[in-house]
Design a protein around this ligand. Structure first.
Ligand code: NAD
Length: 493
């Protein structure tokens, strides 16, 4: 039997096991076999990591000139570029995401570190127009302290970058918890960070389960902010936990993002965008465009072309560079999808393509691109986030009707509109209650574009200029400017 690869946690600049020596296996979704083991952090390990981060925060790190911290960020970016192949490979083995995407993303994510390195010395304060004589007051932005960054398995390098880069730029220290469902790539990332000699304790990397690890981290009394990406139910736990330490919380949660195709859309463009939006990353993307509405006149023709395109997607082993769609990440997800599809069919949903486990599924968690026609968007597959390659399709007649339908879901993360009429694209975008709207495109990210949702998709934005301020607090400083003593405090008037 081949020996499994083993990772350690990175706490206070050292590689360590869990104090109680507990470990767990991480599975390769392609074949359902363990390929690596990782320590399982207990509340003791969490405490050790948080205290290391607090010690680093009490040390030199927040006092460095912003430009000095920026050098570390650029060095992280360099490491990512140089090691994109390795990071991509490990992420693919652990998550099942296709290698050409994970490698490209590891490379591109370097841009986030560069972007926030550039912003590090551009966060300014204000001078206040105070209503009293002989005083001057000003505000400055100060770092928050220890940040708990918690990420889900599906895009860990990206979701880590959107938290770490602004947090480090502003002088905070971090405990990063990787997902128990695919922890390896974050430990590979920590190895790269070790190479750049970041001061000890500035970044600590642990992994473990929601309980006890996540719970202990989010309720630790030295944690000042929790930057969380994951599902809405976990978010509710985190908000409850934050009642213990009164930490600030930012939440990037799930979605059931609607996409509308109008009669006048460029159909080839729309099909490419829809396929990228729901079948890219096997649909395991928080912004997956999973509710599709097609305008009546083109409905049959467009759906036929879309189905033909979906059936051409090459499913296979994710490390193969020809593969366009790999497996789902985990078995639980496969079961959730099957359950929702079954209920949708029972309630009248009609499968156009897919709908059953792929033949590779004997070994791994393969599910084919699936399109289901639904009479209404209250059927389970059209209403629930499935986090898989499942597209529910419905018809619409008018602009007014589609706006109502697009907004009729508890989530509000992303949305898409395909039309040749840009005025209409703008009107619909303004009317949709979602954090992001793509017009005639889909599934784009950029360091300069704020990312995040509203409603049950969470609050707080990641990426963009404003996000750097989310890793600071405003401090007000008062100066007395007269050369005479302050008046007697008991002399009124
Ligand atoms: P999840 O909520 O189950 O887990 C996310 C992280 O939270 C993991 O690291 C997990 O260990 C941790 N966790 C679990 N319980 C916890 C607790 N009680 N306290 C603290 N931490 C806890 O999510 P998942 O199933 O791994 O990921 C899928 C979800 O993430 C989907 O809903 C998806 O839409 C969402 N997501 C959102 C975005 C976004 O930016 N909006 C991006 C990617 C994924």
């Amino acid at each position: 039997m081949t020996k499994l690869k083993h990772y350690q946690m990175f706490i206070n600049g050292e590689w360590v096991e869990a104090e109680n020596k507990k470990t767990f296996e991480t599975l390769n979704p392609e074949n359902n076999k363990p390929w690596a083991t990782v320590p399982e952090a207990s509340s003791k390990d969490v405490d050790k990591a948080v205290k290391a981060a607090q010690k680093a925060f009490d040390g030199e790190w927040p006092k460095l000139l912003p430009r000095e911290r920026a050098k570390f960020l650029r060095a992280i970016g360099e490491q990512l570029r140089e090691n994109a192949e390795l990071l991509g490979k490990i992420e693919t083995i652990d998550t099942g995401k296709i290698f050409r995407e994970t490698k490209k993303q590891a490379n591109y994510i370097a841009e986030y570190y560069d972007y926030y390195a550039g912003l590090a010395d551009k966060v300014e304060g204000t001078v206040l127009p105070i209503d009293k004589p002989n005083v001057q007051a000003l505000t400055t932005r100060i770092p928050i302290g220890v940040i708990a960054a918690i990420v889900p398995w599906n895009s860990q390098m990206f979701l880590t970058a959107t938290k770490l880069a602004p947090a480090l730029a502003m002088g905070n220290t971090i405990v990063l918890k990787s997902s128990e469902l695919a922890p390896a790539v974050i430990f590979e990332f920590a190895k790269l960070v070790e190479k750049i000699d970041l001061p000890k304790g500035v970044l600590n990397v642990i992994t473990g389960f929601g309980d006890p690890c996540g719970k202990a981290l989010t309720s630790h009394d030295l944690v000042e902010k929790v930057a969380f990406t994951g599902g809405p139910e976990t978010a509710r736990h985190i908000i409850r936990n934050s009642a213990e330490n009164l930490s600030e919380v930012s939440l990037e949660l799930g979605g059931k993002s609607p996409v509308a195709v109008f009669n006048d859309a460029n159909q080839e463009n729309a099909i490419n965008g829809i396929v990228a939006g729901i079948f890219g990353a096997t649909g395991q993307s928080c912004i997956a465009g999973s509710r599709l509405y097609i305008q009546e006149e083109i409905y049959n023709d467009f759906l036929k072309k879309l189905t033909e395109r979906a059936e051409k997607i090459k499913i296979g082993t994710p490390l193969n560079t020809e593969t366009e769609m790999g497996p789902l990440n985990n078995f639980k997800q496969l079961e959730i999808i099957e359950n929702n599809i079954k209920k949708t069919i029972e309630q009248g949903g009609k499968i156009k393509t897919g709908g059953k486990r792929h033949s590779f599924s004997n070994e791994g968690y393969y599910f084919p691109p699936t399109i289901i026609e639904c009479d209404n968007h209250n059927l389970p597959a059209a209403e629930n986030e499935l986090f898989g390659p499942i597209l529910s399709v419905m018809k619409f007649k008018t602009e007014e009707e589609i706006i109502k339908k697009m907004n009729d879901n508890k989530y509000g993360l992303s949305s898409g509109v395909y039309t040749s009429d840009l005025a209409r694209g703008m009107r619909v975008s303004k009317a949709i209650r979602a954090g992001i709207t793509f017009v005639n495109t889909y599934r784009l990210i950029s360091p300069s574009a704020p990312f995040g949702g509203i409603k049950d998709s969470g609050y707080g934005k990641e990426a963009g200029i404003e996000s750097i301020k989310d890793y600071t607090r405003i401090k007000t400083t008062w100066f007395y400017t007269s050369d005479k003593p302050i008046p007697d405090p008991f002399t009124i008037g």
